[in-house]
Structures are given as C-alpha cells and as structure tokens.
Design a protein around this ligand. Sequence first.
Ligand code: GAL
Length: 408
Amino acid sequence: MPGSRPSVSTRAVGLAAMIFMPILAPALATSFTGAIVRGIAASAPTAGPSKATGRLPALGWNTWNAYHCNISESQIVAAANQFVSLGLKDAGYEYVNIDDCWAVETRNATTGQIDPDPTKFPNGISGVADQIHALGLKIGIYSDAGTNTCAEYPGSLGHEEVDAATFAGWGIDYLKYDNCNVPSNWTDAPARPIQFDLCIWGQAEVWTWGARVGHSWRMAFDSSPTWSYIISIITTNVNHLNSIGFYSHNDMDMMEIGNGNLTTEEQRTHFAAWVFLKSPILLGTDMSNLSTDQLAIIKNAELLAFHQDGIFGGPAAPFNATANAPVTSPPEYYSGLSSNGMHVFIINTGNSTATKTFSFANIPGLSGGNYTVHDMWTGQDVPGTFSGQYSVSVAAHDTAAYLITQKP
Ligand code: GAL
C-alpha cells in the first residue's frame, strides 16, 4: 500500500545501489556516451546535464511539504493560479512541481507507462501541464531511480526511456528523482531538456560529482519546519560552497515557510539563507494561508535578484567580520557579489537580540573608505555614510541583509 515513508533499511538498500544511479540518471537528463566505470564519483558522466535549462537555482513550489500524498489537480492548479494572483510569478517563481503519489500503483500493461491516478488527476498530468503552461509557468514531476518510489508507487528503474519520453510528452520541465528502492540496470536516450534534481539526501558526497549528473542535489534527509533544521542544513551547506555555481546547486530541501511554528525572524533566515547559498527555493505550503509577512519575505525582490543573478552564480561565503569575531556554527557573517555589488548577510544564531559588527575592510574585495549600507529587507538605505566598522542589532534567529556600496 502506498503512503508509508521509506524505512532506514529501504534507504540503505537504495544507497548501496546508488553506484548505478549516475549511469541511469542521464537517461532522464542528457545523452550518455561514456564507458561504464566503477564507483559513484568515477562513474558520473563528464559531459554534465543539459545546459538548455537549470542555469539558476529553481524558484517554485512543490506539493510534498504541504500535502504529502494527498494531492490532486485542483491543489496544483490552485498553486499555479496563486503564483499569478499573489504576485509570485512576477517575483520570479516559475516551477509548480508535483511530488510523490501522483501515479496509480502499477504500470500500464499495454503502454508500459506510469499512468496518473485518474481520481487525483482526471485530466492526466498533461492536462495539468497545459493549464500551468497557459499561465506562463513550468511544471515539475517526481520519479525514483529504483523499482518503487518512497511511497511505493512505480519507480523508473528499467523504464527510464519510456518515462523520460512520457514526461517529455506531457510537457514536463523539471524532474525530481528520488532514491528509494534502487538496485541496478538501465539504458539511456537523449531527452527534452528537463531540469534534474537528485533527491539523494546528501549521500555519497554528491556535492563532489552531482553537477556531472544533474542541476541540483539534496544535501540531507527531509526538512522540518524547525529552527534546528535550518541551522543544521546551513552548517552542512557551508562546508560545500565550492560546489555551487551556474547549473550546479546544493539543494537544502523544500521551503517550510507557512508550516509549523517558525518565528517571523526564523522564516526570514530560512529564506535569506536559501537565497544566499543559491539553493533551489520550492515553496511547500498551502499558499492560500500565507500571511502578509510571509508573502513579503518570499517576494522580496532584492533577495530574489541575488538568488537569480545572471552574472554571479556563486553563493555568499563566510568571512571574518572583525579581528575578534566569535566562531559560531554555522558562521554568522557572509559576503558575496551580485550584479548590484557586494552583499553582507548576518545571521543571529543566538537566542536573544544581539549587536553584530563587521569591518568593511574585512569583507573580501573591499578595503577602507566610505560606504552606504542598503537594507535589502526594507529596500531603503540606512541613513548616513559609514566607514571602519558597522554595527546593527539583530533579533534572535533573524538575518540582516545588506548591499554595501563604496562611495567615490
Ligand atoms: C523522500 C524525499 C521527500 C519526498 C518523499 C516522497 O525520499 O526526500 O522530499 O519526495 O520521499 O515519498
């Protein structure tokens, strides 16, 4: 019966079999011409996935965190319409992604295809795709590298070509490829450019080879709407910043804004960190319940511009804010470039409001001089001209976000 989450043993079997996944993966992402070699890193293809998509981290929404297996066409089309009505499309949100549980339990005996559940999807997936495309948006789907998905629906193992062709035929633009129930065996074919997310839970040091297979890859097991998850995934990701660039994104998992009891400050940090570490941002809540504050966070134009920058593909990276800056885990001070200039992000990892200070000269690439400090949250310059050090009071678990510009 579908509906259960993968057990530890299921995950372990999947892990052992992941050796084969890079060979399977190109069937759904790009053509594979290399020889079969041993070892997951050694066997990842060298050409990389399609460059016709996936240059920037995905911006969108996904069914899983909001609905798990209880999905239907109406929720998904509603989400697409909400992208338009809530201004999220104008803000850059593009992908409306269907996660696990969209299929019937067995493949079609005649066509060999995975059929959509007709109760959940009376117009099929292509019917949903048409409605999403008509809104100028893109559609994502989910499959699995093993025999079955994590919720025990049909997986793509041994059916990669038919599934790739089916997804392309339906007009799919993005594939999340999960890792449950994987043993071996596959073939391949070129396909429609589909943005390819490896849902590999951070296993097998995926950040070292993931870009040779897909456009993004999960860095850990599933998210939860908790401060401890946010802190732990930032800590993990900060160790692998060299893996992040155009076509190459560490996936910190889908967004929890709107779920659970995160404070407003924690939600700001959740969003800002996914932005400045260039993770895919896939909203994961019933968007009709988003508050004005939550919408303001996820629609912040300046943060989205940093995330979607077409010139600078890398993340912001930690820097030593002052000579005596305390060492925290994760680091609190980050700097990085966008087309607009130099940015500084400051996370207050502590449990109470604190004054945070950085020296302009400590920001890599900057030196002494006079600066304007622009607050990316308010969209306003902080009044005055600053030099030497800058101090700000940051609420518990909040993140300050600035554009720093040297004055002539
Ligand atoms: C997990 C995955 C989740 C969700 C779920 C569906 O393996 O990490 O994001 O896709 O499977 O069953």
